[in-house]
Design a binder for this molecule. Structure first.
Ligand code: FAD
Length: 535
């Protein structure tokens, strides 16, 4: 058996021995891929971008995986925050999702800590049953991130590391693209402005060269399609099929706008001005025909309404969003973004791999778009051979493994998003009637059955995208609780009821003490920005 020489084992610095990767597309996926591949496999990388077709320009919230990417690329976090107009994100607050006027939190991380490996939810539920804590308490009362959000706190002091292990960013999509481009160019990536009009295939069906409008053809060893929904190479040239998921996730359009100011105008009653300014969380609100986001950025608030065109027209959706966020209907500029929901089971065919919107898209309910690019890059690097001319060709590319792994990741994300809808009790508009009654994929239906019977969350063995706690955060507020088998394990630990209550109270008071010692989120963001102007 011939073994596959792996990427990164012996990345060559000799320009004559380095292989060539051409990335088509200069959006977030294109520049993130360029910087990552250049750094991790040491090949020559060229980004080809059309001057005529702008990037999609949306994608303002991230998940904690973004922090790893910044670290791995050796980027200073303050610099990243300044350059991308970022703020911190510690949670999503879901308003009007389960029912109108209902509110719940989906924080990052876990609540407290596991007891003998069992999630804290079981100790809390037992304490509620036994009257040791209030029946009005919630599982998220024991989340550090939720406590920080409630108090408008930053996760750290200026110049210090974050006190919350899991955190992410809200960022300005336009500024992010510029920043990623600078990172990639500093790594030595080449940039070419040209429109790709087609490709020449060789006798094996691989891409031999790209046709560029008004410029000579361009040759590479690996072609990365980052052309967004246009899918110029993977679909038009390689004919890779698309699996449509719009029967399950029925929203297919979005209207977006920017709002001056960054206050949470719907914050908890009694919270002060400083707490409401620049909330460290995304607000997601159930609407008549979908849901909206409000994302506080350093200079303004990014807003959007993701909706189903079968249930509302563009103008009515725009007006509903404007009214929710209190924007000026006369002067506010908005943008309509069509969305294609689904994925490509074969995102990698021959010597062409699609990353970003060209490989798949599910609605941005849990802000997974940029993460999916990052995850695909991690998988791609594992499935590429060493970057030498004798090894860097499609015979050594492990397409099968990559495609199987990415299909798994997309399916996990689809199921998790769908869960938000199917557990909602809203039936007040035709949209909610339809969105909550779609046919469930077997994978999700099995997960929910097992959850209510045994209390187990069945996660994939390899790198689950969402952890056990994420499921508790979405299911509990909708009144779906874990079955008792797992909590019995906790009973076996023989912790007396008062010890459980002490433990829970201790977690809360520790979190409150830390909150008191931290600056507000707006103070931290202001200080990060002013430290640059002072320097
Ligand atoms: P694009 O940004 O569309 O870039 C395509 C590039 O291809 C452009 O540079 C264009 O010039 C180039 N191109 C196209 N055709 C050609 C051609 N023929 N020749 C040369 N170049 C060409 N993700 C998150 O992580 N968080 C969020 O909160 C979030 N919100 C979203 C909200 C909405 C409504 C949508 C639709 C998406 C959201 N996403 C979010 C996803 C995120 O926007 C994308 O994953 C991310 O921007 C990557 O896009 P892309 O680079 O694949 O495509």
């Amino acid at each position: 058996m011939t073994s596959r020489p792996l990427a990164g084992q012996n990345a060559s610095n000799d320009p004559d021995r380095r292989c060539h990767v051409v990335i088509v597309g200069g959006g977030t996926a294109g520049w993130m891929s360029a910087a990552t591949l250049k750094r991790r496999i040491g090949c020559r990388v060229t980004v080809v971008e059309s001057a005529r077709l702008p990037p999609i320009g949306v994608g303002e919230a991230t998940i904690p995986a973004m922090v790893d990417w910044i670290e791995n690329m050796g980027i200073d976090e303050d610099e990243f925050v300044r350059r991308t107009g970022a703020t911190y994100k510690l949670a999503i607050r879901f308003d009007d999702w389960v029912e109108p006027t209902h509110r719940y939190w989906h924080p990052f991380g876990i609540c407290g800590c596991p007891i003998d490996g069992v999630d804290l939810i079981h100790a809390w539920r037992r304490a509620v049953r036994e009257g040791a804590v209030s029946a009005d308490s919630r599982y998220t009362d024991y989340s550090f991130q939720r406590e920080l959000c409630q108090h408008g706190c930053a996760p750290r002091r200026p110049g210090s590391p974050s006190m919350a292990r899991n955190y992410a960013f809200h960022l300005d999509a336009g500024k992010l693209a510029e920043f990623l481009k600078d990172v990639a160019m500093n790594e030595g990536v080449r940039h070419q402005i040209a429109e790709v009009t087609g490709a020449e295939l060789d006798e094996n069906g691989n891409i031999d060269s790209l046709h560029l409008e008004g410029q000579p053809a361009l040759e590479a060893d690996l072609y990365v399609d980052c052309t967004g929904f246009a899918s110029v190479l993977i679909e038009r040239v390689m004919r890779s099929s698309w699996v449509d998921w719009s029967d399950q996730l029925i929203c297919d359009r979005a209207v977006t706008l920017r709002l001056p100011g960054q206050d949470d105008t719907n914050a908890t009653a009694g919270s002060d001005r400083e707490t409401r300014r620049l909330p460290p969380y995304t607000i997601s609100t159930g609407m008549n025909a979908g849901w909206s986001w409000q994302i506080p950025l350093a200079e303004n608030t990014g807003c959007g309404y993701v909706y189903s065109s079968r249930h509302i027209d563009d103008e009515t959706a725009r007006r509903e969003l404007i009214s929710l966020v209190g924007a000026d209907p006369q002067t506010t500029q908005s943008k309509i973004v069509p969305m294609r929901i689904g994925m490509r089971p074969r995102s990698w065919v021959g010597n062409c791999v699609a990353l970003g919107l060209s490989s798949g898209f599910v609605e941005p309910l849990e802000s997974t778009g940029i993460f999916l690019v990052q995850r695909a890059l991690d998988e791609l690097v594992e499935c590429l051979p060493e970057a030498t001319p004798s090894t860097f060709h499609s015979a050594f590319f492990d397409h099968e493994l990559f495609n199987a792994r990415m299909t798994d990741v997309y399916t996990q994300v689809r199921d998790f998003l769908l869960m938000h809808y199917v557990v909602s009790r809203r039936r007040d508009t035709p949209f909610w009637v339809n969105a909550t009654s779609v046919e469930l994929p077997e994978s999700l239906s099995m997960l929910l059955d097992e959850y209510v019977t045994s209390g187990r969350v069945r996660l994939p063995e390899r790198d689950p995208t969402f952890a056990e706690a994420n499921h508790h955060f979405i299911l509990g507020p909708a009144g779906i609780h874990p079955g008792t088998a797992a909590s019995r394990q906790l009973a076996d630990v023989a912790m007396p009821a008062d010890a459980v209550a002490n433990l829970l109270h201790g977690i809360q008071s520790r979190h409150l003490d830390i909150c008191e010692s931290l600056p507000t989120h707006s103070v931290l963001i202001d200080s990060i920005h002013s430290s640059a102007s002072a320097g």
